[in-house]
Design a protein around this ligand. Structure first.
Ligand code: ADP
Ligand code: MG
Length: 269
């Protein structure tokens, strides 16, 4: 049985400003969904709310995995339920190597009751596993010995993300690649990594404006967000149209959501 990530009537406020105004979405394991929409429509807010970021207050609605309500769970508990959010992981940890960090992350997910210093995935097993993942992804094994984010390029940050994803084998991966100003190496790493890792075991939500990413990973569903709601859902063709034509027509078709979008932007400081 494939798992289901279900978002129902999700309302989210940031600093008492309503941003998401009733988001509904269902992602099944094995499906690729793209989330698009103009700046300020609430895409990153949805990603942070899914991650359980404390600044994003869910004021109504639910997030469920296979019928279990995870709306109030902490970020690490969500990870154990099989949710992966690329950006929720720390950016700089002095003296920690890529492999050490991933070994801890993998151990936290696989041995939920472990105490610090105990229950780590055995080194030999871990090494074998990370090597086979890196080979599968075409990554240089040397990368695992690098210090975490020590002068990482855009592409190396993405290698880190993709390698974690490969090792954690989440049921659902959320990638917010919209505003990160990805260089071409980074776009390639994410495009190729995702296409190698996605399959029947993983559901993916890609938030992006990068056409190349979606060409490599054609979405079965494209959702358009405006004013904190999903106003349209289509297939890969819709993503093409939006890339070509922009959002003017979407705003015209959904004047109320367009007005909400403008209101949120005006409230932002
Ligand atoms: N921390 C915050 N404080 C106040 N307003 C915010 C904050 N984060 C986001 N917003 C506002 O919420 C709206 C949606 O932002 P965001 O989710 O980042 O949109 P998108 O990712 O679609 O560009 C914007 O108007 C933005 O200014
Ligand atoms: Mg964003």
């Amino acid at each position: 049985m494939s798992s289901l990530l279900k978002i129902t009537n999700l309302h989210v406020s940031v600093a008492d400003t309503p941003i998401l105004r009733g988001v509904n979405m269902e992602i099944r394991q094995g499906e690729v969904h793209a989330l698009m929409g103009p700046n300020g429509s609430g895409k990153s807010t949805l990603a942070y709310a899914l991650a359980g970021h404390p600044h994003y207050e869910v004021t109504d609605g639910t997030i469920e995995i296979d019928g279990k309500n995870i709306t109030d769970l902490a970020a690490d508990e969500r990870a154990r339920m099989g949710l992966f959010l690329a950006f929720q992981y720390p950016v700089v940890i002095p003296g920690v190597k890529v492999a050490d960090f991933i070994r801890h992350a993998v151990s936290n997910v696989r041995n939920p009751d472990r105490r610090e210093g105990e229950g780590l995935v055995p080194m030999r097993e871990f090494r074998k596993e990370i090597r086979s993942c890196m080979d599968e992804l075409g990554m240089d094994r040397e990368f695992a010995r690098r210090y975490l984010n020590d002068g990482f390029s855009g592409g190396e940050k993405k290698r880190m993300e993709i390698l974690q994803m490969a090792m954690l084998r989440p049921k659902f991966a959320i990638l917010d690649e919209t505003d990160s100003g990805l260089d071409s190496d980074a776009v390639r790493v994410v495009s190729e990594g995702l296409s190698r890792l996605s399959g029947p075991q993983m559901g993916v939500l890609i938030i992006t404006h990068h056409e190349r990413l979606l060409e490599f990973n054609p979405p079965q569903y494209t959702h358009v967000m405006l004013g904190g709601r999903i106003v349209e859902t289509g297939d890969a063709e819709l993503a093409h149209e939006l890339h070509a034509d922009g959002y003017a027509a979407v705003r015209e078709r959904h004047p109320e959501a367009a007005a909400d979008n403008a209101r949120t932007e005006a409230a932002a400081v």
